[in-house]
Design a protein around this ligand. Structure first.
Ligand SMILES: C[S@@+](CC[C@H](N)C(=O)[O-])C[C@H]1O[C@@H](n2cnc3c(N)ncnc32)[C@H](O)[C@@H]1O
Length: 251
């Protein structure tokens, strides 16, 4: 069942804009499609992007599976959208996964698709507004959602307070930029949303830098592990930032 932790009043306008954009981009899926993710049949919209996302999910899951061995491991999926990853993480039978989002439409689909899974929960709430204060998790994951938060430091501080000792934050599937490339990236997004017919969306999409993540204590595990292989195979990939609670606190 979907829990409501934040009053939806005040978020509706943003949700409507976001959904209109996602529909135009053909990113709002049916329950049947959501259940297939991260597998997306070739020929369907964004199939190539989902191939990249499937690989990053598999690497993340492989890592978490080894790093957190307790059968009571708790994972929070921030900005879970339609909940595909929340559900996928719970399928190993060890993780309890909670997905939180501010999009009632996507969450309703998530709930319909996965409410039968005993280790999955979904909540409507603003993670920055204290929706989960008092709760703690072993790991917090953000897949393709950091770019919807304007202030990374505020976000990471909020998430750090939701981590158990020894806990970790993982950020995947978000583009990060070199500092000097951010103005051009911002301009590209403005032009893109203008062309799409929703120029205001540019005010809800943010560009963050590798350096900012590093200053906050993040380590790009992809930069350490496989850039050579990825380049060789010409497989594009996003950075994969890990922030451990202790390192982050000291930084
Ligand atoms: C592109 S979607 C990512 C969906 C999903 N994680 C995936 O892998 O496809 C980003 C999500 O972040 C959510 N979001 C943005 N700000 C939020 C906040 N303050 N609290 C909770 N969710 C938020 C948005 O509503 C949106 O559904």
């Amino acid at each position: 069942m979907l829990r409501i932790l934040t009053d939806p009043q005040g978020y509706k306008e943003k949700e409507d804009l976001y959904l209109a954009v996602r529909r135009k981009e053909e990113r709002v899926m049916s329950v049947d499609q959501i259940r297939l993710l991260p597998n997306m049949p070739s020929g369907t919209p964004h199939a190539a992007e989902w191939l990249i996302r499937k690989r990053s999910y598999q690497r993340l899951h492989g890592y978490l599976h080894i790093r957190f061995s307790s059968p009571e491991t708790s994972i929070l999926d921030v900005g879970c959208g339609n909940g595909w990853m929340t559900n996928a993480l719970s399928q190993n039978g060890r993780f309890h996964a909670t997905g939180i989002d501010l999009n009632m439409t996507e969450l309703t689909l998530a709930d319909e698709a996965f409410s039968g899974s005993p280790r999955v929960r979904f909540a409507y709430g603003d993670i920055l507004g204290g929706a989960l204060s008092g709760r703690t998790f072993d790991a917090i994951v953000l897949a393709s959602s950091c770019q919807y938060f304007s202030n990374l430091a505020e976000l990471m501080e909020t998430l750090r307070d939701l981590l158990q000792p020894g806990g970790e934050i993982h950020v995947i599937d978000t583009p990060f930029y070199m500092d000097d490339k951010i103005p051009q990236a911002r301009e590209r997004s403005r032009a893109y949303y203008h062309l799409l017919g929703y120029p205001d969306m540019a005010n809800c999409y943010f560009h963050h830098s590798h350096n900012e993540m590093r200053r906050l204590g993040g380590v790009d595990l992809n930069a350490k592990r496989i850039p050579f292989l990825a380049k060789l195979l010409q497989r594009p990939q996003f950075p994969w930032f890990k922030m451990s609670r202790e390192v982050f606190s000291d930084g």
